[in-house]
Design a protein around this ligand. Structure first.
Ligand code: ADP
Length: 540
């Protein structure tokens, strides 16, 4: 009989990542855009010292293992320190999406039992509006020094971060926690009903952060510099704030400045080699680069997810600028990235258009994650690249039940994602739509993602969105929304004729609405519900 349990059983803890980063790569840089403008620059060792100071400060305020600390903040160095100080000391880091409706923000802060809320000065008006409705919050801490902390009328308990941590020691004894204990909490966007919380364990985050470093996932190392545009207020910025310290990667945090010119400047001056964000961010960036005839001097790859990356945009990055695109999929319930597209050695020999099509898929499950697709009766569908059904996921960093829920969210041990996908024989997954966005017409399905992708392929189109509109005969028919590129004058007939060459005839939308902009939510996704509310009537 072989013996078992002969290896150490050390818990996977977020404090372990911080101490690894500080002790092994202590002088690695973290560069961060301050909310009031200037760049701030310091080392991993400095960040760790200040995280320990904050842990002491929170402890002195009476917070203990299990207490929750909210944040309403950009990607910046004080938010990063909080990620480690709060979770490392056994508390729960509850990142709030500032673009939730204020009522929902109040709901999540109360539901999470936040005792302290950290916020950026940008969000002072928001704090003013919600503070009176959050009775459990003892202090609102502005992530700034005294000079940059605004007074908030009617809110008494506003502190500033620098004065809060200044008196405290650089040392802190991180507790030896159970690795399954809650470390961070993030709520879904709650497009229907109240947002639902996902409480990530230390184990889930450490495993995801470690896997994220793999060469074919984000590919982090001491040689790289990563700029996460994905917000730290939603899905842990894909765990990049943790993964960077696992790998010893220089970290560049963009603060509130997420427009094309600001991002480009930061990428250029800080020699960023890898970035991560949603497609709308890359559209803004590429427009700026094209209009000003710029080149990316250092960028090796951009990792994109959150919504489908249009093929036309993939082609631009790869062919015109030599920047590799990796396309990932994940959701609040999956801690961060669960699948990632990548080109194999053989794929890299294929014609460019075929490579773009491969990257347009959401890719392979990261080690630690399993995926499958099922039909409406829950039966497994073949991995043939064409059978489409609901995507199911299970693995080391997938939710089992929502925060404070009394029943599991799983079906036969798998999490039902609400996404419709195909998986091919090599395990490559492609999202075809969300169950709530797919257009059901005459008993068939039209993928809104495919239609949007095709529309964005027209040279005059900057952004596109498709919704299903009620139809007396066909149940639903597609309605297309277009935002033209500046100075372009394309009309409906030309767009529809163009689409007829790209998709089946019955997929061609019944109408086109031209808008100045699309409603975009807090995580950079087009808010189709807003479009449905306004335009979802009945086609005659
Ligand atoms: P919400 O959008 O409701 O806030 P999440 O932020 O958790 O929820 O987003 C998860 C959803 O985003 C997925 O279920 C999927 O529909 C969509 N998504 C994420 N990545 C991609 C991608 N690469 N391509 C298409 N859709 C994606």
């Amino acid at each position: 009989m072989p013996q078992s349990n002969l290896m150490m059983n050390r818990p996977m803890l977020i404090s372990g990542i911080l101490e690894h980063g500080a002790s092994q790569f202590g002088d690695q840089e973290i560069v961060s855009r301050e909310t009031h403008g200037p760049l701030h620059r310091y080392s991993y060792a400095d960040a760790a010292n200040r995280a320990r100071q904050l842990a002491n400060a929170l402890h002195q305020m009476g917070l203990r293992i299990g207490s929750a600390v909210g944040s309403i903040a950009w990607n910046n160095y004080r938010h990063l320190e909080s990620y480690y100080a709060v979770s490392g000391s056994g508390m729960v880091m509850h990142t709030c999406n500032p673009r939730l409706h204020p009522q929902q923000l109040i709901y999540v802060i109360n539901h999470a039992d936040d005792e302290v809320v950290l916020f950026d000065a940008t969000f002072a008006p928001l704090v003013k509006g919600i503070a009176a409705h959050c009775p459990k919050v003892r202090a609102w801490v502005c992530l700034a020094d005294a000079a940059n902390t605004p007074a908030i009328d009617g809110v008494a308990n506003v502190l500033n971060y620098e004065d809060l941590i200044a008196p405290h020691s650089h040392t802190f004894d991180w507790p030896e926690l159970d690795e399954q204990s809650g470390a961070a909490l993030c709520y879904t966007s709650g497009t229907t009903g109240n947002p639902k919380g996902v409480l990530y364990s230390h184990r889930a985050i450490v495993m995801n952060a470690t896997a994220a470093c793999l060469p074919d996932v984000l590919g982090l190392s001491t040689q790289e510099t990563i700029l996460p545009v994905v917000p730290m207020f939603h899905i842990n910025a894909w765990c990049i704030p943790y993964a960077a310290l696992v790998a010893g990667t220089k970290l560049v945090l963009p603060g509130p400045k997420l427009d094309g010119p600001s991002l480009f400047e930061l990428m250029d001056t800080e020699q960023v080699t890898i970035s991560a964000g949603v497609p709308t961010i890359w559209m803004g960036l590429i427009q700026h680069v094209e209009q000003n005839n710029l080149r990316f001097a250092h960028m090796k790859r951009t990792c994109v997810g959150g919504s489908a990356m249009p093929m036309a945009l993939i082609a631009k990055f790869m062919d015109n600028y030599g920047v590799e695109v990796r396309h990932g999929w994940g959701m609040t319930e999956t801690t961060a990235v669960a699948t990632m597209s990548n080109l194999s050695r053989a794929d890299r020999q294929r014609p460019a258009a075929e490579q773009h099509a491969i990257v347009a898929k959401q890719g392979k499950a990261v080690s630690g994650i399993e995926i499958k697709v099922v039909d409406e009766n829950g039966h497994d569908l073949p991995r043939d690249g064409s059978s489409q059904g609901e995507l199911m996921v299970r693995g080391q960093w997938i939710v089992e039940r929502y925060f404070k829920a009394d029943k599991s969210a799983l079906v036969d041990g798998w999490f039902p994602t609400g996404d419709i996908a195909t998986i091919d024989a090599q395990g490559t997954m492609q999202i075809r739509d969300r169950t709530k966005d797919v257009i059901k017409t005459g008993g068939e399905w039209i993928s809104s993602i495919d239609l949007e992708n095709a529309a964005v392929g027209h040279p005059a189109v900057a952004m596109a969105a498709v919704i299903g509109v009620k139809h007396p005969k066909w149940d639903e028919r597609p309605l297309l929304f277009i935002v033209r590129k500046p100075g372009q004058s394309v009309e409906k007939e030309e767009i529809l004729a163009f689409l007829a060459t790209k998709v089946a005839k019955w997929w061609v939308p019944d109408d086109v609405v031209f808008l100045e902009s699309l409603p975009v939510g807090g995580t950079g996704k087009v808010q189709k519900n807003d479009l449905r509310k306004e335009y979802g009537g009945v086609f005659s």
